[in-house]
Design a protein. Structure first.
Length: 594
């Protein structure tokens, strides 16, 4: 030790500093995606339907990133209609400009390309992306997102032997364009369930099935997402236990499960150890809230294949809970808790964080429902308001027009159901840095799920029937898991908290694609009056225009006092500023090394 010179010590320190700086900033990941229709994939043989591929792949390619990485995705729209991509669960800190839904972005027109640039800021976990316009998600275009921990952060379980992305979702047997055209009249429900785009094992109408090869005694991480349009599913692996470890960016208290319910839009990680006799085993996902009929195409079946095994999977498919058993599903939902002691990205990463002492700033009671009494067509609603998608992206309208002519702020009820059904562009103010409580009610027959972009939901309670303020005393405020998508059971309610520290225009939607497409959504506008661009990012340089805003707004008058929508410095300047700090630290590191 004594022989280690002072200079060497400084050098090591400097090196460490450079190392930490480069990791905290994240790497840049550049992707080029060509989004196109392919009719030759045929998940169901004999059906010549369009499938949306990315660079020829269905599902699309993995985005494999690490916390704080900057993702640049240059998306080429080779479809015959407009396209937008969203990054389900990626919070887009200070940057709703990249969220890729109709309220935040003008669509990428056919034949054009547009580059999304966003950061995996302070997040870890399992997510997925999908197209958000024109019911395209029903045709594919989705793919997995992993946000890995920075190597300096501990992960609360040993490194698995390997990781598998498992995107499971229901599938229509028709072209998504035909399904879309029939949605408000004679819509038929999806009749298939695909696993990574492949049909059920053993089904004669499919050519391929999904299979994962494991080595005896080793442990694997499965990142399971429900990328479907309609059905919640129950997931299980024959003869194997699953250890639940993560959901949508939160490490959970680790619980051992035989089966796991995954609702539309949700993601989970489970660890599975290959601890059975070397053979092949069924991996199954069966829909909930639909009779256990002989419609075997609606049960996704894949294979867990032990290395060198020549024994095909056999016996009956492993049984799950009764598909109508809501109680066991709620019991499981309540048992998914946040692990408060593990190191991870969270508001207070150093210690515990619970919401037992927060003061609520706002409370919304939102009823998801359906109405036919509007214009003769079926519309899905929130508090009897069906969202009317304007031609101008709301975020753009907010920036350039203060919303004028596009939406009226706070014009729709958030505490009761409107006694008259209406169509409207439903934008509600969320108090910046306030805690919002939302209680969701489900008036549908099926399980619904809700997603808020920009934030995590602290899932504090699930219940049946009417909700009254007294139910607040039953909330789990100690260790509610934080996630982006929460299920709401039929005739039931789900209560969540969200901390609105992320200014922007944020989509609050049903993840059920039909509900969403036919109007069950709204936007929450979280406004920070401070014009400092470090607070909310300025529009990107490649901003697209549409609807009422076809050109950049004129610059604001010189030196106005209240500046709700100032023209901020260009993004180039902003990034130059960050890298200057980076360089400063690197130079400092070298100076210390001298
Ligand atoms: C994802 O990135 C991590 C960290 O860089 C790397 O260890 C891993 O091998 C990558 N996985 C894939 C599938 O590319
Ligand atoms: C479109 O792609 C080209 C590269 O092929 C790129 O230079 C350009 O910036 C992209 N356009 C947008 C708006 O991202
Ligand atoms: C929570 O995480 C800690 C730290 O990684 C770990 O030791 C502990 O076992 C976890 N607790 C549960 C209940 O999973
Ligand atoms: C509902 O159907 C009618 C008639 O086909 C069509 O004109 C209308 O655009 C549809 N509405 C929606 C929201 O798809
Ligand atoms: C399922 O198939 C079995 C045997 O083929 C038959 O006995 C049973 O009635 C079928 N059930 C339904 C709901 O169709
Ligand atoms: C599988 O077979 C290969 C080739 O014979 C062998 O190297 C490997 O060890 C075997 N693996 C197991 C788990 O038996
Ligand atoms: C489910 O729980 C509710 C409320 O606790 C109870 O009324 C109902 O009977 C239960 N249903 C079943 C099938 O156990
Ligand atoms: C809890 O909230 C009360 C009132 O809002 C506040 O005075 C107190 O400091 C808070 N306690 C903690 C530990 O944050
Ligand atoms: C939760 O946080 C509050 C302060 O906000 C604290 O008083 C309480 O002890 C915490 N509970 C636990 C179980 O850590
Ligand atoms: C923007 O619109 C809001 C109402 O939506 C209004 O209260 C505010 O005064 C407007 N600001 C400007 C600068 O016009
Ligand atoms: C919703 O609107 C419809 C049609 O305007 C009306 O008949 C219905 O009563 C409303 N629902 C509620 C719960 O008020």
């Amino acid at each position: 030790m004594a022989s280690l010179s002072n200079g060497a010590c400084k050098f090591l320190l400097g090196f460490l500093l450079i190392f930490l700086v480069s990791f905290a900033k994240g790497e840049d990941i550049f992707l080029e995606w060509h989004v196109a229709i392919d009719t030759r994939i045929k998940p169901i043989v004999s059906v010549n339907q369009p499938v949306i591929t990315i660079n020829g792949m269905f599902p699309g390619p993995l985005i494999n990133s690490t916390t704080n990485d900057n993702i640049h995705v240059n998306v080429f729209n080779d479809l015959d209609e407009p396209l937008l991509m969203t990054w389900n669960g990626i919070q887009q800190r200070l940057n709703s400009w990249q969220d890729g839904v109709s309220g935040t972005n003008c669509p990428i027109q056919p034949g054009n390309n547009w580059t999304y640039v966003f950061q995996m800021k302070d997040q870890i976990g399992s997510f997925f992306y999908f197209p958000t316009t024109k019911f395209q998600k029903a045709a594919g275009g989705f793919g997995p997102i992993r946000v890995n921990n920075r190597i300096v952060i501990n992960v609360p379980f040993p490194k698995p032997q390997d990781e598998f992305d498992l995107l499971i979702g229901d599938w229509h047997q028709e072209s998504y364009k035909d399904v879309r055209a029939q949605l408000n009249s004679s819509h038929t429900l999806p009749t298939w369930m695909l696993m990574n785009g492949k049909g059920p094992f053993g089904n004669p109408l499919t050519t391929a099935h999904e299979s994962f090869t494991v080595s005896p005694g080793k442990t694997y991480r499965f990142r399971i997402s429900n990328v479907g349009t309609t059905w919640s599913f129950n997931f299980r692996i024959q003869n194997h236990k699953m250890l639940l470890v993560e959901t949508e960016g939160s490490y959970t208290n680790q619980i051992t499960l035989d089966t796991l319910d995954v609702h539309v839009g949700q993601s989970y990680s489970v660890l599975v150890t290959a601890d059975q006799n070397a053979a092949d085993y069924y991996i199954v996902a069966s829909p909930k809230m639909i009779a256990d009929t002989n419609q075997s195409s609606l049960i996704a079946v894949g294979v867990l294949h032990y290395e060198n095994s020549s024994t095909p999977p056999n016996g009956p498919l492993p049984k799950g809970p009764d598909p109508f058993d809501i109680n066991s599903s709620i019991t499981q939902a309540r048992s998914v808790r946040w692990n408060l002691t593990t190191g991870a990205a969270r508001p207070n990463p150093q210690g515990t964080f619970n919401v037992s002492n927060v003061t609520l700033s706002q409370s919304f009671l939102l009823h998801g429902g359906v109405t036919a009494n509007l214009d003769g067509f079926v519309h899905y609603t929130v508090n009897n308001v069906s969202y009317d998608t304007p031609n101008t992206a709301l975020k753009l309208a907010d920036y350039a027009l203060n919303g004028s002519g596009v939406y009226l702020l706070d014009d729709f009820p958030v505490h009761h159901i409107s006694s008259l059904a209406v169509k409207g562009t439903f934008v509600r103010s969320g108090n910046h840095k306030g805690w919002l409580e939302i209680v969701f009610f489900n008036h549908h027959q099926n399980i619904d799920s809700w997603h808020l972009a920009g934030f995590g939901f602290y899932t504090v309670g699930y219940g049946y029937g009417n909700w009254t303020p007294e139910f607040r005393s039953t909330y789990n405020l100690y260790d509610p898991v934080v996630r982006s998508t929460v299920q709401v059971y039929p005739k039931g309610w789900t209560a969540v908290y969200a901390y609105l520290d992320n200014p922007g225009m944020w989509n609050l939607r049903s993840q059920n694609l039909k509900h969403w497409y036919l109007g069950q959504e709204l936007y929450v506008r979280v406004h920070d009056p401070d014009p400092n661009p470090a607070k909310e990012h300025p529009p990107p340089e490649n901003l697209l225009y549409c609807g009422l805003v076809l050109a950049p707004p004129p610059p604001p008058p010189a030196n106005p006092q209240p500046m709700p929508n100032p023209a901020p410095p260009s993004p180039q300047k902003a990034s130059a500023a960050t890298s200057n700090i980076g360089w400063f630290l690197i130079v400092l590191g070298f100076l210390m090394a001298l």
